[in-house]
Design a binder for this molecule. Structure first.
Ligand code: LLP
Length: 450
């Protein structure tokens, strides 16, 4: 019998900090992970797996942290939650109740945010490829639009004219700066599809100033996502302030300056460090304040955080179907890249724990790859992790899945999307039910010849 060469892995990639540092909404009792004081084993039994579970109090605490950090520098600040990170209306309602606005990137996000109770003047309709219907919706709801090209300016002006209204706009600037993150989520590079180059932006504002049904009142930028350094944000603020000064000289009065989102989180617990929200505010707001003071203006400062507000509030619970010792050791679970795309799409690292046996020291175990049920070799949720002796039936929690988790889920391989729960102070609510086989069929139609 051929000898199986077990374990051909790069040992440098293995992280096993034990016990894993966790944010305050988590605890461990009798070896079981608790979220918001509720044992996750109970949630998995009652609602099934895969299952996203979000602690509302964590999102509230982080929102307050943002408001406190920003307003300690400057009074006119507003947080526009980036709805794309987690578009469940319950999450939007949580943030709406605290006074948040929203960065919306589609008609769907705009309507969800409105339904959640966010006022139109606290929304910004972003996006580089909007349709006439998108523009009509923005004008109808009185929502400001962030324009991504001069072409879009003329199109929106025409729509507003047809509807007999005026619409307030900003332009998105491409600041052409280096952004230290995954190339697929760096948006401030000169080569990115987003925004208007700084050297063309004044002429775009001049054209907007002259347009009949559009009023330029803001400036917008977003350099990318999952950024763990502060200097790019400071640099972005400096580029924007240079433009704000020139716009001031041109007689264009701004009501808001939107710095975008992008502050990253430490996905590798106990290994990576993310800048604090206070440090982010310290790096950006004083740069703006100095220019405002010099010009004698006081526009609102907006920011658009997504990940840093909602990411660590949420876990993805997934059940172990089987364990296999082949050329490597595999843990086959019921969540795959149809449930959580980030590892497959960006080679993203997500922390995993054995949620029903937290007292197992991973360093006393073996190296496993956690793989999903999708028929693609790339369906790996976590590669080469040292874990205790995992068995079929165990419950794995994938941490930090509140941002771009469910939001990027699909029905690939004929699998309905999973359910989502919200927990708060011991209470549990189903905020999205699991999709059934009937749901898969519900949008399909039979051609007349079949
Ligand atoms: N504002 C704009 C205009 C954006 O495009 C984004 C994110 C944000 C704000 C929020 O950025 P955040 O604070 O969340 O970094 N799916 C990727 C991330 C894509 C980000 C897209 N834009 C991931 O899973 O890493």
């Amino acid at each position: 019998m051929a000898e199986i060469n077990v374990q051909e892995v790069d040992m440098d990639t293995i992280q096993a900090v034990y016990p894993l540092p966790l944010p305050p909404h988590f605890s461990e009792k009798n070896g079981i992970l608790h979220i918001g004081n509720i044992p996750v084993t109970k949630l998995a039994e009652e609602f099934g797996t895969p299952l996203y579970v979000t602690d509302e109090t964590r999102i509230e605490a982080l929102y307050h942290e943002y408001i406190h950090a920003l307003s300690s520098h400057y009074p006119n600040c507003r947080v526009l939650y980036a709805a794309k990170a987690n578009g469940n209306i319950s999450i939007l309602r949580t943030l709406a109740a605290l006074g948040a606005g929203a960065d919306v990137f589609s008609a769907g996000e705009l309507m969800l945010a409105r339904d959640a109770g966010i006022r139109p003047e606290h929304l910004l309709f972003n996006g580089s490829s909007k349709t006439k219907e998108d523009h009509q919706l923005a004008v109808l709801h009185g929502v400001r639009v962030s324009l991504d090209s001069e072409d879009e300016l003329y199109q929106l002006n025409r729509v507003a004219e047809e509807m007999g209204k005026t619409v307030e706009v900003s332009f998105r600037v491409n600041p052409a700066i280096h952004v230290p993150t995954h190339p697929k989520i760096a948006t401030g590079l000169a080569t990115s599809k987003f925004g208007i180059p700084a050297e063309q932006i004044l002429s775009a504002y001049q054209k907007a100033h002259e347009a009949s049904h559009v009023i330029p009142v803001g400036i917008h930028c977003h350099i990318g996502s999952q950024i763990l350094e502060l200097e790019p944000f400071a640099e972005e603020a400096r580029v924007l302030m240079d433009i704000v000064s020139k716009l001031h000289d041109m007689g264009i009065k701004l009501k808001f300056v939107d710095l975008g989102g992008g502050l990253g989180v430490a996905y590798r617990h106990g290994v990576e460090q993310a800048p604090s929200i206070a440090a982010y505010a310290q790096a950006t707001i004083p740069v703006c304040k100095e220019t405002f003071k010099r010009l004698g203006i006081s526009p609102e400062i907006w920011i658009e955080p997504g990940r840093s507000l909602v990411c660590d509030s949420t876990i993805l619970l997934t059940r172990v179907n089987s364990v296999k010792h082949a050329h490597k050791r595999f843990i086959n679970v019921d969540a795959g890249f149809h449930t959580l795309l980030r590892p497959a799409m960006y080679d993203a690292y997500q922390e995993v724990v054995v949620a029903n046996r937290m007292d197992m020291d991973p360093n006393a175990g073996e190296v496993y790859s956690i793989t999903g049920p999708i028929c693609e070799s790339g369906d790996i949720l976590a590669a080469d992790r040292r874990m205790g002796a995992v068995q079929a039936g165990d419950l794995i929690a994938v941490l930090d899945t509140g941002a771009y988790g469910y939001a990027m889920a699909s029905q690939y391989n004929g699998r309905g999307r999973c359910a989502e729960l919200l927990v708060k102070d011991g209470a549990v609510a189903l905020i999205r039910r699991r999709e059934s086989i009937e749901d898969l069929l519900s949008t399909m139609r039979r051609p007349i010849w079949q």
